[in-house]
Design a protein around this ligand. Structure first.
Ligand code: NI
Length: 411
């Protein structure tokens, strides 16, 4: 026991510097979603150099590794995503992107370094580790998913190598106090749902509207009515927003067209709100059209669900961070999407933000997370996984096993 601790202590400094080097390499070599080939090869090399086993998942990009503890315990998983964004970097960093038009603008270089670092720490401590920790280095978190080419989390889940996982843990860098861990119980990110509607009226001369059914008038009423969904039909304490982002109708000034089109998105954090928003929005569009003598065709697409953190795992995460001497802050919900939600639809877990200093806005050319936050992120994620497996029997009864209904159509 003493020997293990001593080894870990002497190794901490070299590992921290090694990870910083990896981070800079990842930052210099961002790749697009679904095409993270060089990144995957690099990750494979790093893990293998530390004796970490890589599972045969069949993934084209990304990988799943495994650290097998010497002591009995459950299987849990940690995840870092690995894809870049089509952004031209403008940070002036000495290790700025060398791949033109591509940038780690969401900080997935940071996230994968944290997951790799945690994997190495766990591997070094496997003599005292309970259970098994699977390490997901996930591709295509940012990509435009289709039925044929689902989002990265779904691709990894579909391989079957995570079927035995009993808890999922993930981190993401975020502007905030450097190295602090932000945790929010419940809904953290938005369910990303899209709707489209075509209103069918009947065209006429602009000066003789009585001979037709004007779809533009219907469209105006629908636009007003839809805002009542988020304002009147959903619990006001839950974050949510409905935005109509594209409307189209008509082609000239003196003809009333026969159809009008609208599309937009609804973001919610609570599964019940997600269902209610769809029901109410569809009713408003269809029945408003009907009231004006028109008809409406509505299509609804459920995208990635909301990341919903289990309350017991959230409390556990706070305790682990505290015991590690890492600052903990309350996380703020935000309505962007995050496909980590698909893992949490399988089994409960925890997704936290790692404060990366005054990083600026993510998804912009100047996003600049502070690499000093990587090491606290590594220590937190490794401790979370190790203690979750060790203290499983105490924590497990508190975990809420009611998973939200799988409303996602995985498109
Ligand atoms: Ni991201």
């Amino acid at each position: 026991m003493t020997a293990t601790t001593a080894t870990t202590a002497t190794n901490a400094q070299p590992l921290e510097s090694e990870l910083l080097e990896h981070y800079r390499w990842f930052h210099r070599h961002p790749e697009p979603s679904y095409e993270e080939f060089a990144t995957t090869a690099r990750l494979r090399g790093i893990l293998e150099s530390h004796g970490i086993e890589i599972l045969d998942s069949g993934l084209k990009t990304g990988l799943v590794a495994v650290v097998r503890g010497a002591l009995p315990g459950p299987v849990v998983a940690i995840r870092g995503d690995i894809d870049g964004l089509p952004i031209t970097e403008n940070t002036g960093l000495p290790y700025a992107s060398e791949n033109e038009g591509l940038m780690h603008g969401c900080g997935h270089d940071f996230n994968m370094t944290v997951a790799v670092g945690a994997a190495i720490l766990l591997q070094e401590r496997r003599d005292t580790l309970h259970g098994t920790v699977k390490v997901i280095l996930q591709p295509a978190e940012e990509g435009k998913a289709t039925k044929e080419r689902p989002t990265g989390a779904v691709q990894v889940l579909d391989t079957g190598v995570l079927d035995d996982v009993q808890a999922f843990f993930g981190t993401h860098d975020w502007p905030g106090e450097t190295g602090a861990i932000s945790i929010r119980e419940g809904g953290l990110t938005g369910a990303v749902d899209k709707f489209q509607a075509t209103i069918h009226g009947s065209g006429s001369h602009a000066a003789e509207p009585q001979h037709g059914v004007d779809p533009i008038t219907v469209l105006g009423a629908v636009l007003q009515g839809l805002q009542a969904v988020t304002a009147r039909n959903l619990d006001p304490v839950n974050p949510r927003v409905l935005s109509v982002t594209h409307v189209e109708a008509g082609s000239t000034w003196n003809v009333i067209p026969s159809t009008a089109f609208l599309e937009g998105t609804v973001r919610t954090t609570e599964p019940a709100d997600r269902e209610a928003a769809k029901d109410r929005a569809v009713a408003i569009i269809e029945r408003t059209a009907e009231a004006y003598g028109a008809t409406a065709e509505v299509s609804w697409f459920f995208g990635s669900p909301s990341v919903v953190n289990d309350p017991a795992w959230s409390r556990f995460g706070r305790r682990v961070a505290g015991d590690e001497g890492i600052a903990v802050t309350e996380d703020r919900p935000q309505l962007g999407g995050e496909d980590f939600s698909y893992y949490l639809q399988r089994v409960p877990g925890l997704f936290v933000h790692v404060g990366a200093g005054d990083a600026g806005a993510s998804h912009t050319p100047t996003f600049r997370p502070d690499p000093a936050a990587i090491w606290p992120g590594v220590r937190f994620l490794a401790a979370l996984a190790a203690r979750a497996t060790e203290e499983w029997d105490t924590v497990s009864p508190e975990i809420s096993h009611e998973i939200s209904p799988e409303t996602a159509k995985r498109a």
